[in-house]
Design a protein around this ligand. Sequence first.
Ligand code: G3P
Length: 219
Amino acid sequence: MKFFIDTANLAQIQEAHDLGILDGVTTNPSLMAKEGIVGDAAVLQHYKTICEMVDGDVSAEVISTDFAGMVAEGEKLAALHKNIVVKVPMIKEGIKAIAHFTKAGIRTNCTLVFSAGQAILAAKAGATYLSPFIGRLDDINWDGMQLIEDISDIYTIQGFQTQILAASVRTPLHIVQAAKAGADVVTCPLSAITGLLKHPLTDNGLAQFLADHAKANQG
Ligand code: G3P
């Protein structure tokens, strides 16, 4: 399973990269705005900076909601760097754009996916990645992880090549559950990734080992 970080924050991207386990980055317009990245030129430059920091796929989202606009934006984004994946919303025009990009050899990430039906359509259009939003389903008392399992079953039965990118993943437990449910990729905040490190018995055990070593080697 690949690990992507879901942020536009360069310091957090660097920290995840330094762990040696980072496979890519996802962003969205909310995450870009949160970092104060505004205006076309600044947005494009920010994506370039991220691509230079991480040797892996970087999802860059279009803002347009019409086919022509998405195609124009997506082509501009894809031309920035070989690792850019054009992120397109799961709407009618988005599916048309994904089918177009697939034919043109431009890789895509279909975002804002909340049902197995949407997942089938995106795979038919040839999406490289599919982003079902786990946490947002949990927020409305639906089972986000069940959706990952369902899509994983469908893609296996049908032989679809689209990779399931579990998104809106917020906790270490979400990462473990997504791995069990068949996600190809998880994208999550740095806190969820570093949260995987934590176990009190690891901390206690290490403290004991170091104390015993120090005692045995005194004087
Ligand atoms: O990957 C999509 C993600 O950014 C949405 O996460 O926590 O805002 O639902 P969240």
